[in-house]
Structures are given as C-alpha cells and as structure tokens.
Ligand binder design. Structure first.
Ligand code: PMP
Length: 428
C-alpha cells in the first residue's frame, strides 16, 4: 500500500473524510488524495516522494511558488519576535497601507484570518451601513461557508434561496437572492422587484469557483448602475482574484475597461497572506466608519492581523510589485493555456480555456461557458480521466472540474513544456 493510502486510512479515523477541507478528499475525481510533505518552487512532493508540478498553489496564495527566500526570511524574522500579541503592531499598518496603495477603491481595510471571515463581515457591514437585510449572490460563486452565503437559487425570482448545506435554517437563507451569473435581464428584474430592500450584491468578478468564468462587461456595467440607482452596495469578492489576476486585482482590470468603475466593498485573502491565514475587507472611510469600535457593526478576531501572517503577506506583496512581475506571470499562464488548446485540437478534443494574470481555467467544452449551468454540462467522467492522467504524469491540477488553476512565478518554461507533454499523452 502506498504511503498516501496508509495516511488516508489513518486520517479517516480521526478527521471526518480524512481532510480538513472537503475538496481535498478527491470525492469528485475519485482515488486517493496525495498527502503533501513539502513544497519547493513550482513543485510539491507527496508521502511517496513523488514530485508534482503544482497548479493549485494552495488554491491561490502561493503566487511566488513554495519557499520563496525573501518571504521565508521575513516569516522567520517575525516568528522570532513573537507569534501573536492580541495588541496592535506596526506591521498591520504597513500591510494595510500596501493594500490600499494598490486598491484605490478602498480608503480603509480591516484584517481578518480567512476569506470566509472577510465576506461574512462584508455582508454584515453592508447590512449595517444600509439598514437593509436582503442581498444578491450569483449561482456558481463561492464566498466562503457563512450560513447566509451557502444558498442556491430558489424556484423563481419572487422566491428566495434554499440552503445548500444541512444546518442552515431556511430563515437564514430567506434574505439571500440567488441569480444566474452574467444574466442582465434577470438582474434587472430582481432590482425592479426588491432593489430598495437590497443591502448589497456580492460577486466574484472573475468566478474561480465555477472554474474560470468572467463577468461580462455589459453585466458588470449594468450591475454597477443598478446598485448605485437603488442604493445597494456592490461587493467585489476578490479573495481569489485579488493580487492574482493583476497588481490592481480584478477591479483594476474592470476599471481599465469601464473608466471610473469601482466596487463599494472589496474582500481579499489568499495572496495577501502569501500562504498564511490572512484576509481582509475594505471600503471607503464613509462605509468603514460603521465598523466597531467606531460604529455599531461588530467584528473581531483573536488572531486578526497576526504578526507572522502579516510579515508573510507583506513580503509577498512587495515581490509582486517588482517591475515586470505580472507581465511575466501573465505571459507564462497564457503560454500554458494556449499550449493546452493546441494539444486538445491536435487530439480532436472539444476544449476551451481562458486566463488572466496567474489564474486560469480550462473546459472540456467547445466554448467558454458564461454561467454555472453551462460549466456543469462538462462530461465529468472525461474530466476525471484527464485529471488522473495528468496526476499520474506528475502534474497536479485542481481535483474538480469547477475549480480554477494557478501558475506561480516559480513555474519555468520547462515546467510548462512538461505539462503540455503530459497533457498530450493524457488526452490521447
Ligand atoms: N471567496 C472566494 C472567492 C473564495 O474563492 C474563497 C475560498 N476559495 C473564499 C471566499 C473563502 O475563503 P477561505 O477558504 O479562506 O475561508
């Protein structure tokens, strides 16, 4: 029996399903999860000492690859000074300043420890600031496992959402409206029905939790107009896209295409912690003044702004600001995506793919899907065969067809070439 199997059996005795976060269990693709012993640059190594080219990067944070020397040094220095104080530190100000410098839509930011906390707090802040309860989310977008966000579409626009998780009371889901991504007509109808009751609309601007689906420009434009017209706040959940799709995140990308565009509240995570538990939410001073200790919206955390996590995040943010960082990362990711398309075409496999910065997605579908329903028309048996074909050949892709992929600065041209070679053989 392989070490991975031995560990998985042992894990299942003490941890539900053997994992501490569900998608790690390989439920969708079948087989034994790989237990990782270490990472180095673009590679991770499993308990059987097998090496993989890593396209998960801890689901986004590891934009510099594993064990970047500058980040390691910052973390080691911070750890020597103390793990946690429960009192303010200068490094929290430095990280906040660094984030705000790169995201002009925000004037203030609050640091938390996970993306779930960031989006949960953003929704509470939007409700507190507007005095309204309802909000809109989109099908296929994931915003963490807060009760009111674990909701799927109801049976019609006049009905509210249904919980997607046991343990979430219908009463909690009753204020969540779930709409189809990229559907302008549905959005307009929802606003005309209850626009004045909406605290906010929360969206993944490039949805990485249904693989890789961009919010179309006319959709984002109309969404911004409607939010402004009805006094609902627009929340950009950039936990995944933040500092990953570009130095100014997805909102920077949309602001280039729609001059003057900005969301009202933004959430970040993953890259801003560089692999340590760190996330954030921010907005204008006017909105953030509602937050405790200034205002009545309560939010707190024992480990918020943790000194070791902030050191890791700061070192990471400084690296990605070096000249040419995103040009090079974007070019490498495009090289991967274009290469995969070519390999698929050579083998007559229906295939589409897209990327932005260091984030990518591919579909065993002839055209890029625009919403969750279309993403889920993918033949999962074929996807799973491709996933395992790649894994066997030392390429670690996301173990589910509805997850995005990530390239790091540590991936080399040779890694991309080896990946395409593996894909050529797997697709055959
Ligand atoms: N929002 C988005 C867009 C995410 O992708 C995720 C996690 N994948 C979250 C929120 C939740 O973040 P966390 O897992 O850190 O709680």
């Amino acid at each position: 029996m392989s070490q991975n199997q031995t560990l998985f059996e042992r894990a299942q005795r003490v941890i539900p399903g053997g994992v501490n976060s569900p998608v790690r269990a390989f439920r969708a693709v079948g087989g034994t999860p790989r237990f990782i012993t270490r990472g180095s640059g673009a590679y991770i190594f499993d308990a059987d000492a097998k090496r993989y080219i890593d396209y998960i990067g801890s689901w986004g944070p590891m934009i510099l690859g594993h064990g970047h020397p500058g980040v390691l040094e910052a973390v080691q220095k911070a750890a020597l000074e103390g793990f946690s104080f429960g009192a303010p530190t200068e490094r929290e100000i430095e990280l906040a300043e660094e984030i705000l410098k790169l995201v002009p839509s925000m004037e203030q930011v609050r640091l938390v420890s996970s993306g779930t906390e960031a989006t949960m707090s953003a929704i509470r802040l939007a409700r507190g600031a507007t005095g309204r309860s309802k909000f809109i989310k989109f099908e296929g977008c994931y915003h963490g496992h807060t009760d009111s966000l674990l909701v799927k579409a109801g049976s019609g626009l006049a009905t509210f959402g249904n919980p997607t998780s046991a343990g979430v009371p219908a009463e909690v889901a009753q204020h969540t409206v779930v709409l189809e991504y990229n559907n302008v007509a549905q959005l307009e109808e929802a606003f005309s029905l209850y626009g004045h009751e909406l605290a906010c609309v929360i969206i993944e601007p490039i949805a990485g939790n249904m693989n890789f689906v961009r919010a179309a420009l006319p959709f984002v434009k109309r969404l911004r107009e409607l939010c402004t017209q009805y006094g609902a706040l627009l929340v950009f959940d950039e936990v995944m896209t933040g500092f990953r799709v570009g130095l100014h995140s997805a909102q920077g990308h949309y602001a280039q295409l729609l001059p003057g565009f900005k969301p009202d509240i933004s959430t970040f995570g993953k890259v801003i912690g560089g692999g340590m538990p760190l996330a954030a939410f921010g907005a204008s001073r006017e909105i953030m003044k509602h937050l405790a200790p200034l205002g009545g919206v309560y939010q707190a955390g024992t480990l918020s702004g943790n000194p070791v996590a902030t050191a890791c995040g700061l070192a990471t943010l400084r690296e990605i600001q070096k000249p040419g960082f995103f040009d090079s990362l974007g070019a490498k990711t495009r090289q991967l995506v274009e290469g995969l398309k070519t390999v698929a075409a050579e083998n007559g496999v229906p295939f589409s793919a897209d990327c932005q910065g260091g984030m990518f997605g591919f579909f065993l579908l002839p055209e890029l899907p625009q919403n969750y329903k279309t993403v889920m028309t993918t033949d999962c048996t074929r996807f799973n065969a491709f996933f395992h074909g790649m894994l066997d050949r030392g390429v670690y892709l996301a173990p589910a067809l509805y997850e995005a992929g990530f390239v790091s600065a540590a991936h080399t041209d040779d890694d991309i070439a080896a990946t395409l070679d593996a894909a050529r053989r797997a697709l055959r």
